[in-house]
Design a protein. Structure first.
Length: 341
């Protein structure tokens, strides 16, 4: 009898139109998670340098944050519905992926073996999410504020991050038709300014063997050399451009793009690359000569208009409808503490 009643209830729910079931799931999600915070896909330790994350004192392995929801807590709050049946699970996850923002951090320390949600879960479901924030962390290893970072290969230290970005983009290209990436936010976490000058370690005094000739003052004096007088940035703009370059392959997958923390020329190059891939140049006929228009010499002296993004909806293909460039000082949380002198 109970099984018959359950089957009847299932038929009543799944007999509803898809858009009605989607609205029901939206209310359900809001009831269990009313704050609507971004869902972090990383451990809090990957966020603590740039985002307000507090460590619980009496339980050293747990962290709290007022700005993020964890993926585990969100899925746990919906576990009763997800475990009902496969069809209900699909409806719940579809509403979750289409209504919440997911925040993933890629740094040299992120790997699939440790960061399951950031790599494996994004690999499986990332192409179904409508709003994603990708934070690229340049503050580790060669981009670190530590003086030893100047002796490391910055490009080599970001090799794993580039690999994660390329894999993320490959998965985004597999999006189902009608499920575009409505909102992509690219956050660049890095230290700004130049490294302070530091002396190299002094040469150790060599002990002369017995019977050797006396050492001259030039050989006994300790020499201290300094780095080149040319300022060395924590994170060169060229490195940011190389790491973010794979994002230009997203093309028509993206409807809205926000870039924060990247140099303006790098952000402009990325936007133009996306625009070139989305809006292919079309040849147009030369307009007829207008005798009332200014002569050719005056027209050639005028500056060409700045490139714009085509926002027309004439075709069915998704278009880049919104591009925002935000200065890091205003829109990105400041990294605490260490700064260049």
């Amino acid at each position: 009898m109970a099984k018959t009643a359950r089957n009847a209830a299932d038929k009543r729910y799944f007999g509803l139109p898809a858009h009605i079931r989607f609205r029901i799931m939206k209310y359900l999600l809001h009831a269990h998670n009313p704050d609507d915070k971004p869902i972090r896909m990383n451990n809090p330790i990957d966020l603590c340098e740039a985002w307000p994350v507090n460590k619980i004192k009496d339980r050293t392995k747990e962290w709290i944050s007022e700005h993020f929801d964890s993926l585990e807590s969100v899925l746990y709050s919906l576990s009763n519905y997800i475990s009902t049946c496969s069809a209900m699970r699909a409806d719940v996850l579809a509403a979750l992926f289409l209504t919440r923002r997911f925040h993933v951090v890629y740094s040299p320390y992120v790997s699939g073996k440790i960061h399951y949600s950031a790599i494996k879960y994004m690999d499986r479901y990332g192409h179904l999410m409508a709003s994603i924030a990708v934070e690229v962390d340049f503050t580790k290893l060669a981009g670190s504020y530590q003086p030893a970072g100047a002796d490391l290969d910055a490009a080599q230290s970001m090799k794993g991050v580039v690999s994660h970005l390329k894999h993320f983009i490959d998965r985004q290209k597999m999006r189902p038709e009608g499920v575009p990436l409505r909102d992509l936010r690219v956050l660049v976490r890095r230290y700004y300014g130049f490294r302070p000058y530091r002396p190299t370690s002094p040469r150790p005094k060599s002990k002369s063997p017995a019977g050797s000739r006396p050492s001259t003052p030039e050989s006994t004096s300790t020499s201290i050399s300094f780095h080149s007088s040319k300022p060395v940035p924590y994170t060169p703009d060229s490195l940011v451009a190389d790491v973010l370059a794979p994002l230009s392959a997203l093309g028509s997958c993206v409807q809205s793009l926000t870039i924060t923390g990247a140099p303006q020329d790098v952000a402009t190059g990325l936007v133009l690359a996306l625009q070139k891939d989305i809006n292919k140049p079309q040849q147009t006929d030369t307009p007829p000569h207008n005798p009332n228009s200014p002569d050719d010499s005056q027209a050639q002296t005028q500056e060409p208009p700045a490139p714009t993004i085509d926002t027309s909806q004439s075709s069915n293909t998704p278009r880049l409808i919104n591009i925002i460039y935000r200065l890091p000082a205003r829109e990105y949380p400041s990294l605490p503490g260490h700064r260049a002198l």
